[in-house]
Design a protein around this ligand. Structure first.
Ligand code: ZN
Length: 91
């Protein structure tokens, strides 16, 4: 894929298009006061599509609870990553 490839229907025509990367309007999932997950569909310069996922979460108060919270988040994200990437495996 090159920077001259046509924009997909969902492209927002941002400045990354000139670099060959087309991006959709981000979609946010929000739990007020707790966190937000932002998903953005991307068509990379190499022609592959992927989703960029950014997450911002409030951690538990205090150092020890925050570390425990981080550990739980890590375990859950790993399980989530394994589940969602299994959907992309080719037969
Ligand atoms: Zn574009």
């Amino acid at each position: 894929m090159t920077a001259t490839r046509a924009h997909p229907d969902w492209c927002t025509h941002g400045h990354q298009c000139g670099l060959g990367e087309h991006r959709a309007q981000p979609v946010s999932l929000r739990v007020p006061g707790r966190g937000v997950i932002v998903l953005t569909r991307v068509l990379s310069a190499d022609g592959r599509q992927h989703v960029e996922i950014r997450t911002r979460l409030s951690l538990a108060d205090g150092e020890r609870p925050a570390r425990a919270h981080l550990a739980r988040i890590l375990v859950e994200l790993e399980a989530h990553l394994r589940r969602v990437t299994a959907l992309t495996r080719r037969p």
